[in-house]
Design a binder for this molecule. Structure first.
Ligand SMILES: [Fe+2]
Length: 285
């Protein structure tokens, strides 16, 4: 039997009763999807998935989309991105920095990400986790006037961290090669996003890739975006999940901002990631 245990007052649940390396029934898929929409992120403990099993699990949620940084795609399947701070023979084995600032995955794409799936393989103890901030709860707490003012605003997004463009810093978005940079362009998303499954409204990507607002000068737009991101990343909307080896995590990019930790390079940290796009997931059995 599947059970969900809350991990905090605002976001997250631990799911018991499932071996995710095995094919899921349609009923199990629906149960997990409902749990994700209710809790924002879910974690299944003590899992062990191969790259192909991880991709199959990801496909229950949507179409996996390879990351624009193709340097660290898994050799067995490019839809799996290796996140790691490990260096072997002088070369990094994975992407060391997956976004230490608050952001939501793929908000720089025209079709953004529904979910991100992470499988923790080799984690240092403590201080290794992802911090989530619940953007629907933050939206709910805005005044009626603020909600009205922002209801129809459209935001310009681009790959990167709006608040740090210095390529030498540790909080800049992972730097793209010229060829990778040529594959991303400006896209637009509503400031207030309706959840594609539940219809619940949330602030969308007010930190990270949001660089401006249509019809508003940049000074005014950035002031508004910073006001909203300061509000929506307060402690009361946050929860940090520290990973154990074997954790399999799914989070909802329409509901949450997240930030990865700045892990000391002397503490090896390796995960696999698959990101799936919004749109109809193909039900599998
Ligand atoms: Fe991310």
């Amino acid at each position: 039997m599947l059970t969900a245990t809350r991990l905090s007052h605002v976001v997250g649940a631990c799911i018991d009763g499932l071996d995710a390396s095995k094919p899921l029934s349609a009923q199990q898929q629906l149960w997990l999807s409902d749990a994700l929409h209710q809790h924002g992120f879910i974690v299944l403990k003590k899992q062990s998935l191969s790259p192909s099993e991880l991709v199959r699990f990801a496909q229950y949620w949507g179409e996996p989309s390879p990351h624009v940084i193709d340097t660290f795609h898994h050799p067995q399947d490019p839809r799996v991105l290796i996140l790691s701070n490990v260096v072997k023979d002088g070369r990094p084995i994975g992407l060391a920095d997956a976004g230490t600032y608050f952001h939501t995955d793929y908000s720089y794409l025209a079709v953004p990400a529904r979910c991100t799936i992470l499988h923790a393989l080799d984690m240092p103890s403590g201080g290794n986790g992802t911090t989530f901030a619940h953007q629907a709860a933050a939206y709910d707490d805005l005044s009626a006037l603020r909600k009205k003012q922002i209801a129809a605003l459209v935001v310009r997004h681009h790959y990167g961290n709006r608040d740090d463009l210095n390529h030498q810093s540790r909080t800049v978005a992972s730097v793209l090669t010229a060829e990778q940079a040529g594959r991303v362009s400006w896209v637009h998303h509503p400031l207030v996003k309706k959840h594609p499954f539940t219809g619940r409204r949330a602030l969308y990507a007010v930190s990270g890739s949001s660089f401006g607002i249509e019809g508003m000068d940049d000074v005014q737009a950035l002031a508004l975006l910073r006001e909203l991101s300061t509000h929506s990343t307060q402690d009361r909307y946050r929860h940090t999940h520290d990973y154990d080896n074997g954790d399999l995590v799914v989070w909802d990019n329409s509901l949450l901002l997240h930030a990865a930790p700045l892990v000391d390079l002397s503490r090896p940290r390796t995960l696999w990631r698959v990101t799936v796009l919004e749109g109809q997931a193909s039900s599998q059995s």
